[in-house]
Design a protein around this ligand. Structure first.
Ligand SMILES: N[C@@H](CCC[C@H](N)C(=O)O)C(=O)O
Length: 276
């Protein structure tokens, strides 16, 4: 048997969206197979979405299963795609998204979706990182990293030019570092010459560089402000797949704004219940 999906991307970070009501006996195995860019549909993850239309604004329960078959608590670009999916289904320009990292409000503004990203933290227990104090600009495996959690952990390093870094070689030792009990995403940034930052992220769970990472963009903006590298609001962050804007509200919470695109629809094969 097969289940329908919709293919979405947010600034190049791409996902299959499958309704949570669909029968998928092994979500991890499906992600491992179908996220593969040679033998599957190809994506940075599968978003399982359940819609609660009786609430105002409508609520979406989002679960991201990554290409390694494991779930991640939060995904900034995935949440923006989930918001667009729910907005189109309900006709509402605002939705609430339930993630393992909290309930986040999303609003449509023209072609762009803005999502609240919760409260970033440098607290070592919450990142998590094995350290007594917050980690600011410490040398770990060749990069000067600051550790922050923006829904998921990021090791953020500012470099002269992101394009001069061999990320596929530099990132894995940090991503799997003993200091990080849950592993970490590795995000590098450099000034774009226009007051913003260029971004590249090596993602945990994808185990590769992605074209964009929303929590990574927020991590860059949060760390840049903390280190005194910018006081801009919004902060423009440019991953390879487009432009993201990170703003801050009165409570110090970040918002993430950017475009979302529904690319195409399809079906993927799953075992039928009788075959189990
Ligand atoms: N691409 C995402 C982040 C997804 C989760 C991450 N790979 C992790 O395992 O922590 C984003 O846009 O934030």
């Amino acid at each position: 048997m097969s289940v329908p999906f919709q293919k979405y991307h947010g600034t190049g970070n791409d996902f299959l969206i499958i309704h949570a009501d669909e029968y998928v006996p092994d979500r991890g195995a499906l992600a491992e197979r179908e996220c593969d860019r040679e033998d599957g549909v190809g994506a940075d993850g599968i978003l399982y979405l359940a819609l609660e239309e009786r609430f105002r604004p409508p609520r979406v329960i989002m679960t991201l299963v990554q290409p390694d078959g494991a779930t991640a608590p939060m995904c900034g670009n995935g949440a923006r795609c989930a918001a667009d999916w729910a907005m189109k289904k309900t006709g509402s320009d605002s939705v609430m998204i339930d993630t393992q990292a909290g309930t986040l409000r999303a609003d449509r503004e023209g072609d762009e979706i803005t999502i609240e990203m919760g409260t970033p933290t440098f607290d070592p227990e919450e990142v998590p990182v094995r350290a007594d104090e917050p980690v600011f600009e410490e040398e770990i495996d060749g990069l000067e990293v600051t550790m922050v959690n923006t829904g998921v952990p990021h090791a953020v390093a500012f470099v002269d030019d992101v394009d001069d870094v061999d990320l596929a070689t530099v990132a894995p030792p940090i991503r799997y570092g003993d200091e990080f009990p849950a592993g970490t995403n590795v995000t590098i940034a450099s000034p774009d010459g226009d007051g913003g930052f260029d971004q590249r992220s090596y993602e945990r769970g994808v185990e590769a560089e992605t074209d964009s990472c929303g929590t990574g963009a927020v991590a860059i903006a949060v760390v840049a402000r903390r280190l005194g590298l910018t006081d801009a609001d919004p902060v423009s962050v440019n991953p390879p797949g487009g432009e993201l804007l990170v703003s801050f509200n009165d409570r110090g919470n970040a918002t993430l704004t950017g475009p979302v695109e529904h690319e195409f629809d399809g079906e993927v094969a799953v075992e039928s219940p009788t075959e189990l």
